[in-house]
Design a binder for this molecule. Structure first.
Ligand code: LLP
Length: 424
């Protein structure tokens, strides 16, 4: 085992801003001692620093408004589909993007103004389209010609739409979350987009407001975003351009994503060059609005071996699919001994070898009963939580300035079996 150089300060830099270590050594997030939250709510536990999310949303809004005044921002809600988060975003004055009836229902339940909802999906069912029309969703994003036919049939009055264009841009990210390259299942490539635009312009019901592009997720450089804007500029002049989300975040010490200001600067810079000056710009970030402000807290159940040393916790790939699906690397710490330590294999409790939360992470003297916190779990972890091995999905707490509130309760065994039809 090697001893690592990462200092407490470096490690704290991956936790939400304002996270600190109390004089007795215990980690504090959102003003709340994680040990206290774990004692009250059990583990695994998702904790979101609510004040930090709100401050960040405001920062991104400000940056967007400064770079392109005729603009708006929506939250790609798949990154954290929980009613309280929809409410938070609505309170912060931004809209949401939804993909599917479930997200639409949560957005409406969270009090999002339907006019600020953008409906996505490459396989929207007629029932979902009906629901979106009935809710009077502000924009529906056409992904394919079947969407056009279905909406022509289902819409009563005029429905504003965007057309999703496949720009042919492959950002440097995981294959599984790249969406802008030739061959992607999302949107229409340029020639097909031209035909769809001509068709939509003839439509009596569908009002084509503009174009949409989204090239992928966890993108760590600004250039591909600009290339996507350039790629769609030749399709004609439109009122609205939704330039998608995709800005990456810092999961590990090595990651160095563009700031929101740099990202928006790249989008607006390209837009100034190639889009109509009177156009409205929309951005729809998901991950970058929430990932850095979430932490998962686990309890260590067992520790075995020396080389490798396995530290096994009471969660894993049932509450964090990012590792098993994409190979995303995280960092971690014992909450009462923050920073430093020796390299261990931090593993989950599920029956798969791939259930390794963090391979080779430095933990200081982890013992059964200790709490371990994994930072930067605020995006897509709640989203993809599952019941592998009968795992009960963890509760979600919003922590804010030393106060916490439960926004999703822990799943129970009764919940787990609630859809099973009892054997006769
Ligand atoms: N807009 C559209 C149309 C999208 O499909 C997505 C994400 C976003 C915006 C937001 O992208 P973001 O800013 O979050 O990168 N399950 C994967 C992430 C898949 C992202 C899918 N689309 C994960 O766990 O990493």
């Amino acid at each position: 085992m090697t001893t690592t150089a990462e200092s407490t300060t470096e490690l704290l830099g991956l936790f939400p801003p304002g996270s600190r270590v109390d004089p007795d050594g215990e980690l504090v997030v959102g003003g709340c001692r994680l040990a206290g939250l774990a004692a009250e709510w059990g583990t695994p536990l998702y904790v979101i620093d609510e004040a930090a999310v709100r401050a960040h949303v405001r920062r991104v809004r400000r940056a967007l408004g400064a770079a392109w005044p005729d603009s708006r921002m929506v939250f790609a809600s798949k990154a954290f589909p929980v009613t309280a988060m929809y409410r938070l975003m609505a309170e912060e004055g931004i809209g949401v993007d939804v993909a599917g009836a479930g997200e639409l229902a949560m957005a409406l339940a969270g009090g999002v103004d339907p006019a600020r909802i953008i409906v996505h999906g490459n396989a929207k069912t007629p029932a979902e389209l009906r629901m979106a029309l009935h809710a009077r969703a502000g924009l529906i994003v056409i992904d394919n010609t079947d969407d056009i036919e279905a909406l022509e049939e289902l819409a009563d009055g005029e429905q504003p739409v965007l057309l999703r264009v496949l720009p042919g841009v492959r950002p440097d990210t995981y294959d599984a979350v790249a969406t802008g390259q030739a061959g992607s299942k999302f949107g229409l490539p340029l020639p097909a987009a031209r035909a769809a635009i001509a068709r939509l312009r003839r439509s009596r019901k569908l009002r084509l407001d503009g174009l949409h592009v989204h090239i992928g997720s966890q993108i760590l450089s600004a250039e591909p975003f600009a290339h996507a804007v350039e790629a769609i500029a030749g399709l004609g002049e439109f009122r609205t351009y939704d330039l998608g989300g995709g800005l990456g975040v810092r999961y590990t010490y090595a990651d160095c994503p563009p700031s929101p200001e740099d990202w928006i600067g790249a989008l607006a810079g390209a837009a100034r060059q190639v889009l109509p000056s009177g156009a409205e710009l929309i951005i729809e970030p998901g991950r970058s609005l929430v990932a850095p402000f979430g932490v998962t807290v686990y309890r260590v159940v067992s520790v075995k071996g020396d080389d490798p040393r396995f530290v096994a916790v009471d969660g894993g790939m049932a509450d964090n699919m990012e590792v098993a699906l994409y190979g995303q690397r995280f960092e971690a710490t014992v909450t009462s001994r923050v920073g430093g330590g020796s390299r261990v294999e931090l593993v989950g409790r599920h029956c798969e070898s791939g259930d390794r939360l963090v391979s080779g992470v430095a933990l200081r003297d982890a013992r059964p009963g200790d709490l371990v916190a994994v930072p930067v779990t605020g995006a897509y972890c709640v989203t993809m939580a599952n019941n592998y091995n009968g795992a009960l999905r963890p509760p979600v707490l919003f922590a804010r300035d030393g106060q916490s509130r439960l926004v999703v309760r822990r799943e129970t065994l009764a919940d787990l079996m609630s859809r099973d039809v009892p054997p006769a």
